[in-house]
Design a protein around this ligand. Structure first.
Ligand code: SF4
Length: 364
């Protein structure tokens, strides 16, 4: 039992403790609180090593909802902890550092989305899971990077779609479904009385800096060095890069494809690539960019995690009205993509156990 006298005031105090002591403290406190620790694929290894579950944001939230834990500690970014709360309203959800936010999610607010909806009242709103709960609550349905094309395609061909917040994923879905695309900021600038071609995707101008920063010159260099490697790129990357890929896949899809080839060049965050390299040491797994690191994800540290458990902070609080509406958009997506109840193949099961299963969502 951790005594009050042993609890330190700030994460900095915890950072001075030896690593083994932090790990022991986390394990003990986790038991006392009946807590479960969720570690996103992009977290530091020190966090991954003490996590009960590893994976992508939506997969982790589903795992947590299925447990009888009273407390969920989400080591990821803010919208991910929100998703855990949406799916587990009766559990306490904690974050080690509230500053771990996602710049892509923050591109769009509920207020700005409502303004766009007013200009296009008959449009369906498709929202990538990398978004705030307030934005999800304004949406008809959510999507992941793995099912974005399927979700867009589920609407009648002539229905206008507002897609937020990722412009690159919107562009990819538009190309795959043969729909015209327009920029939301241009649309908002021009105001009311605009004619919109039937079936247009009005795409918010957000992006993930980690994936949007991947460039063609890096890809040509990697291809020159590894000419036989298959190129796998995340759909959050730009269209010119996606056009050069052998595969466009979510992070979970990347794990599946990497399992099938001897050499791959992968365009996504380094955290996932490092894990794939550890998982498949016999393969050549090359990061498209060594600089593709999400600093927001790395804000969490093992010292902050220990502090968070000792102090039972920072608790994520969400108005119930927002939670219920956001859950509706998430559940619609799950219904349409048949949820996660399908029977997995042995390979999918194995990848699931390594936290790289086929669920496929954002940062993901
Ligand atoms: S990798 Fe991109 S989408 Fe994921 S948390 Fe970081 S900024 Fe957001």
């Amino acid at each position: 039992m951790i005594k009050a006298a042993d609890v330190f005031a700030t994460p900095l105090d915890y950072a001075r403790l030896p690593h083994d002591e932090l790990v022991a403290r986390i394990r003990e406190r986790k038991q006392e609180l009946n807590a479960v620790i969720l570690g996103h694929n992009y977290q530091r290894l020190e966090i991954q090593s003490v996590s009960d579950y590893l994976g992508d944001s939506l997969g982790l939230s589903q795992e947590a909802a299925a447990t009888d834990a009273d407390v969920i500690v989400f080591c990821g970014v803010h919208f991910m902890a929100e998703t855990a709360k949406i799916l587990s309203p009766d559990k306490t959800v904690l974050m080690p550092d509230l500053r771990a936010g996602c710049p892509m999610a923050d591109f769009v607010t509920a207020q700005s989305l409502r303004r766009l909806k007013q200009l296009q009242p008959n449009a369906a709103v498709v929202t990538y899971v990398n978004s705030t709960a307030a934005v999800k609550a304004e949406s008809d349905i959510c999507c992941t990077s793995a099912n974005a094309v399927k979700i867009v395609d589920s609407f009648p061909r002539d229905r206008t779609i507002i897609f937020v917040p990722d412009k690159n994923l919107a562009d990819y879905a538009a190309k795959k479904t043969g729909r015209p695309i327009r920029s939301a900021s241009e649309f908002l600038r021009e105001g009311a009385d605009q004619t919109v071609e039937a079936g247009t995707i009005i795409a918010w101008d957000g992006y993930c800096y980690v994936h949007d920063d991947l460039v063609l010159t890096e890809l040509s260099e990697a291809k020159q060095k590894y000419p036989h490697a298959k190129v796998i790129i995340h759909p959050e990357a730009r269209a010119d890069l996606l056009a050069q890929a052998d595969y466009v896949a979510s992070t979970s899809g990347m794990a599946d494809i990497a399992a099938q080839h001897d050499a791959v060049i992968i365009g996504t965050e380094r955290g996932l690539i490092d894990r794939l390299q550890a998982r498949f040491p016999e393969k050549t797994i090359v990061p498209l960019s060594r600089a593709a690191i999400c600093g927001n994800m790395k804000v969490n540290t093992i010292a902050k995690l220990a502090w968070c458990l000792d102090h039972k902070q920072h608790e994520l609080i969400m108005p119930e009205e927002i939670r219920v509406r956001a859950e509706r958009a998430l559940r619609r997506m799950l219904d349409l993509s048949e949820g996660w109840g399908e029977k997995r193949t042995p390979e999918e099961e194995r990848l699931e156990q390594t936290g790289m299963g086929a669920r496929g969502c954002g940062c993901n």
